[in-house]
Design a protein around this ligand. Structure first.
Ligand code: NDP
Length: 339
């Protein structure tokens, strides 16, 4: 009998790759969606990737409602809880994303516990590690660090991810099982399975579309979605990962260096890619008029390093280089005529 894994948010970019990895390793996947509108498209996608259609089923569930979760957990050997709101625009209300992010994580853990599901892998983020703190540019963030949720300038998305992850750890400590493992990926790029690109892919698409002649001095950790998917499944399979968080990143880059890497790889697209780094004073002035610029202000000029050693050593992730990950996304966007 094949082993069934519940994967939340299978309409998403990362979850799509996790499903592909699980099916490739012989698992049966029960995927959760908010609506069945994309059901046929998703089934056709995995069939086109060579997977047996009978190993992939879908259930409609919402992170903010208890309905249906108990039945969906039945007979599962693990849950990959990946769904969480990741909007392109910061909401006005800082707490707007918390009910789905934190409430969803607690709901998943509670139903997994009641159903006797032994393991949950939760997708958090490096924004649960690096945000709302002051650091020197050479500071290397590791799994020992936490974002400061009390910082006045922490952004809504980082707040939702940090509060959700903290609540998940507190929950398993207080109530016992399931075993929890947390993934903390940085900015995820890499190849597309279909036209699903997430907020990270959308930013790179906007680079190609010529939306930004100049970019602020922002620091990004970069990781390929194939490594993120492999890490999720290896963490599920390995006892060494029990009770631990894993920072997933091939290293950091400035936004302007991302653009330069893409320009060298795709010189025919060079004219539209960002060419300049905006000085901090200009970003500060623009932030008076533009809400999304205001949101990134605390991060402007803040450089840092990240350390993916634990994932390298314990999950066998030989990180795809930042350059190759960016080029893979660029190639997908071009091949699919999305830019
Ligand atoms: P996507 O936007 O592609 O996927 C998000 C998924 O979450 C979608 O399936 C979406 O469903 C689902 N979702 C959102 N809100 C709800 C809700 N209220 N109830 C049920 N489902 C919901 O993003 P990614 O694939 O990039 O992100 C997946 C996870 O990875 C998220 O937890 C994100 O925070 C995390 N992450 C992403 C990074 C990145 O750079 N991409 C970096 C680090 C972490 P629907 O299709 O219905 O909207």
């Amino acid at each position: 009998m094949t082993k069934t894994v519940l994967v939340t948010g299978v309409t998403g970019f990362i979850a799509g790759h996790v499903v592909h990895e699980l099916l490739s390793r012989g698992y049966t996947v029960r995927g959760t969606v908010r609506s069945m509108a994309k059901a046929e498209k998703l089934k056709a996608l995995y069939a086109s990737l060579g997977h047996n259609p009978s190993n992939f089923e879908l259930v409609a569930l919402d992170l903010e409602s208890d309905e249906g979760w108990a039945a969906a957990m039945a007979d599962c050997i693990a849950v990959q809880h990946i769904a969480s709101p990741f909007p392109m625009e910061e909401p006005d209300d800082k707490m707007a994303l918390v009910p789905a992010a934190k409430g969803g994580a607690l709901r998943v853990l509670n139903h997994a516990r009641n159903a006797g599901v032994p393991k949950v892998v939760l997708t958090s983020s490096t924004v649960s590690i690096t945000n709302g703190v002051k650091n020197t540019p050479d500071y290397v963030f590791t799994e020992a660090d936490w974002s400061n949720t009390d910082a006045d300038d922490i952004r809504a998305y980082a707040l939702s991810k940090t509060l959700a992850e903290k609540a998940a750890w507190d929950d398993v400590e207080k109530h016992g099982g399931p075993i929890l493992t947390v993934m903390n990926p940085s900015f995820v790029v890499g190849p597309l399975l279909d036209d699903t690109i997430s907020t990270s892919g959308t930013l790179i698409k906007q680079f190609f579309d010529g939306k930004f002649p100049a970019v602020p001095e922002l620091c990004f950790g970069i990781v390929d979605v194939r490594d993120v998917a492999k890490a999720h499944v290896n963490a599920m399979e390995r006892d060494v990962a029990n009770g631990k968080r894993y920072l997933l990143s091939a290293g950091t880059m400035k936004m302007i260096d991302i653009a330069e890497t893409l320009r060298q790889a795709f010189p025919e697209r060079g004219k539209k890619l960002p060419k300049f780094q905006s000085p901090a004073w200009l970003v500060r002035i623009l932030s008076v008029f533009n809400k999304s610029v205001k949101g990134i202000l605390p991060e402007v000029g803040r450089m840092y390093q990240v350390d993916g050693t634990r994932a390298r050593e314990e999950l066998d992730i030989d990180f795809i280089t930042r350059k190759d990950a960016l080029i893979a996304l660029g190639n997908s966007l071009i091949e699919r005529k999305m830019v």
